[in-house]
Design a protein around this ligand. Structure first.
Ligand SMILES: *Cc1c(COP(=O)(O)O)cnc(C)c1O
Length: 483
C-alpha cells in the first residue's frame, strides 16, 4: 500500500510539471478572446464597466453577461446559416442557459426555442416565442406538457420513445387538433436517447405515425449526438445515417420527411471537454488538462457548410430531395458571453506547501462544468500579473469534493482578490444548485449600463415551498395531514 501511495505521488508530481508547462504557454491568456479589456485601474472590464466595481455593487459570486458578445455570437451563427437552404431553422437550446433575460435577447433576434421540459415550454410561451419557432424534445414528456405543446401548435414535438406516439395521438383526438411530430433517432451506442434504428424500432415508429396521419404529421427526423465539437465530422457521420434512414422511410411508405434536425453540440474555441483519459487523470492525480489550442476549432461557418455539402451529397446519391436543416445550438451562442466572478475568502498553506484558495463558488453549487471541462480563469483585479503559483481553488461547501479547479497556475493571490471563470454561459447558471447557499444573481452589461436579469435568491425564496414555513400554502398544511 505504501508503495502504491508513493507511486501515485510520483506520477502526480510528474503530471503537475507537465500541466504547468501547458498552462504557462497557454494561448487563452488574452482577454480579447472574450471581447474584454483591462481599464486604467488595471482591472478587467466589459466596455466601460469595471468588473471589480460590479462585485462591490452586486456581491459575490456574480454571473456577468456581456450583451454585445451575446449579440455578436447570435449574429455569427445566423450569418453562417445563410448558406443553408431557405426554410432552415435556428433554435436555442433552453437548458444550456435558461435565464429569461438571456433568452429574450435571443428571441429579439429571431432565434427560436428548443425545449426539453414542460417548464421550459412554459417559459417559451411566457416569452411569446412564435409557436412555429419552438421544438419540444426530451426523454420524459408528461401528458400535461404534451397537451400544452399541442394547444400552442408548436413547430414539432420530437418523439423520443414509441409510447409518446399513442399519447400524442390520444390528446390530439381529444382536442380535435393536428400535430406536427418528429422522431429522434437513437443512432449512438450506449446512449438512452431516441428510437433505435438498428432494431427497426425507428422505422416502426415512423410507420405508426404515418398510419395515424388523420392527426399526426411526420415532418422531422432528429438527432443530437455530441457536445462542444471542434470539428464537423461527428455531425456529418450521423447526418449521413439520418438521410439514409429518411430515404428508407420514403421508399417503404411513400412519405417524404421535409426536415432534418441535427441538434446542437457545436463547439467554442476557449473551452473544451476533457477526454475520458484527461478526466480520469484529473480526478485521480489532479492533472489539469492542457488548455485548448485556438486552432483546434473549425469556425462554425465552415463546419456548417461542410455539413450542408455532405447532406447534399448524400441526398444526390440516394435521389432524395434535400431536407431543410434545423440546428439547436446552446453552447455555441452563449458560452463565451457570460463569466462568473468569485471573491477569495481565504488562502491556506499546508505544511507540504499545498495552497488552498477558498472561494464562494465550486463544482457542487455553481461551477459543475469545470468538473469535466477546461475553463480559463483570470484574476479580475490584476489580470496582467504573471501566473507564478499553483493553487487548489476550492468552493464553499463543506466537503473536500467541492473544488473549482485543481492545480491551477495563477498570480500570487490575496484575500478579497476576484477570480473570473470564463465561458460560464453554457450549463453554469442552469446547473447551479442551492446546496447550503442561495444561488447568485445574474447581471447583463450593455453600453456601460448594468441590468439585473436575476436577483440573488433570498432565504424566503429557498423555503417558499416548505409547508411549515408558509402557513398560507393551500396544499397540505401539515405533514401529518398529508399522510
Ligand atoms: C443539450 C441539447 C442541445 C444543445 O447542446 P449544446 O451542446 O449546448 O449545443 C441541443 N439539442 C438537444 C436535444 C439537447 O439535449
Amino acid at each position: 500500500m505504501a508503495f502504491i501511495g508513493r507511486l501515485t505521488r510520483q506520477i502526480a508530481k510528474m503530471l503537475l510539471k507537465k500541466s504547468l508547462r501547458h498552462q504557462a504557454k497557454n494561448e487563452l491568456r488574452d482577454l480579447n478572446l472574450w471581447d474584454l479589456g483591462q481599464n486604467a485601474s488595471g482591472h478587467m472590464s466589459v466596455g466601460d464597466t469595471d468588473l471589480v466595481d460590479l462585485i462591490e455593487e452586486y456581491g459575490s459570486p456574480l454571473f456577468v453577461i456581456n450583451r454585445d458578445r451575446l449579440v455578436k455570437d447570435i449574429r455569427m451563427t445566423q450569418s453562417a446559416l445563410e448558406s443553408l437552404n431557405a426554410g432552415s431553422k435556428l433554435l436555442y437550446s433552453y437548458k444550456t442557459n435558461c435565464t429569461p433575460g438571456v433568452l429574450q435577447v435571443m428571441h429579439e433576434h429571431g432565434v427560436g426555442a428548443e425545449v426539453i421540459s414542460h417548464y421550459e415550454l412554459w417559459v417559451a410561451n411566457k416569452l411569446n416565442v412564435p409557436a412555429d419557432n419552438i421544438i419540444y424534445n426530451g426523454v420524459n414528456k408528461t401528458d400535461e406538457s404534451l397537451k400544452m405543446a399541442i394547444e400552442m401548435d408548436i413547430f414539432s414535438i420530437n418523439v423520443d420513445d414509441v409510447n409518446e406516439i399513442e399519447r400524442i395521438y390520444r390528446i390530439a383526438c381529444k382536442m380535435g387538433k393536428r400535430v406536427k411530430v418528429g422522431v429522434r433517432l437513437g443512432l449512438m451506442e450506449k446512449s438512452q436517447f431516441g428510437v433505435e434504428v438498428a432494431t427497426g424500432e425507428a422505422m416502426e415508429a415512423c410507420r405508426k405515425i404515418i398510419g395515424l396521419s388523420d392527426r399526426l404529421d411526420l415532418h422531422c427526423i432528429h438527432f443530437n449526438v455530441t457536445s462542444n465539437a471542434k470539428e464537423a465530422d461527428t455531425h456529418i457521420h450521423y447526418a449521413r445515417k439520418a438521410i439514409r434512414f429518411m430515404h428508407q422511410v420514403q421508399r417503404a411508405t411513400g412519405h417524404y420527411i421535409p426536415y432534418l434536425d441535427i441538434g446542437g453540440g457545436f463547439g467554442v474555441a476557449t473551452a473544451k471537454n476533457m477526454s475520458a483519459t484527461e478526466y480520469g487523470f484529473y480526478r485521480v492525480f489532479g492533472y489539469l488538462p492542457r488548455p485548448p489550442a485556438l486552432s483546434e476549432l473549425r469556425p462554425f461557418s465552415e463546419s456548417i457548410r461542410e455539413i450542408r455539402d455532405s447532406i447534399k451529397e448524400s441526398c444526390t446519391t440516394l435521389g432524395y430531395d434535400c431536407p431543410k436543416i434545423i440546428i439547436e445550438p446552446g453552447r455555441l451562442i452563449t458560452s463565451s458571453a457570460q463569466m462568473l466572478l468569485t471573491k477569495i475568502n481565504a488562502i491556506k498553506k499546508k505544511i507540504d506547501g499545498t495552497e488552498f484558495v477558498i472561494t464562494d463558488t465550486g463544482r457542487l453549487s455553481t461551477t459543475f462544468p469545470c468538473d469535466f471541462e477546461y475553463h480559463e480563469m483570470f484574476l479580475a483585479n490584476r489580470p496582467a500579473d504573471k501566473p507564478t503559483q499553483v493553487y487548489q481553488v476550492m468552493g464553499r461547501v463543506c466537503t473536500a469534493a467541492d473544488w473549482l479547479m485543481k492545480n491551477r497556475l495563477l498570480p500570487e493571490l490575496n484575500r478579497n482578490d476576484i477570480l473570473a471563470i470564463m465561458d460560464a454561459g453554457a450549463y453554469f447558471s442552469s446547473y447551479s444548485s442551492n446546496f447550503a447557499f442561495q444561488r447568485p444573481p445574474i447581471v447583463m452589461v450593455a453600453d456601460g449600463g448594468v441590468t439585473v436579469l436575476r436577483k440573488e435568491e433570498t432565504f424566503e425564496h429557498l423555503v417558499a415551498m416548505d409547508c411549515i414555513m408558509n402557513e398560507s400554502h393551500s396544499f397540505p398544511q401539515s405533514g401529518k395531514l398529508a399522510l
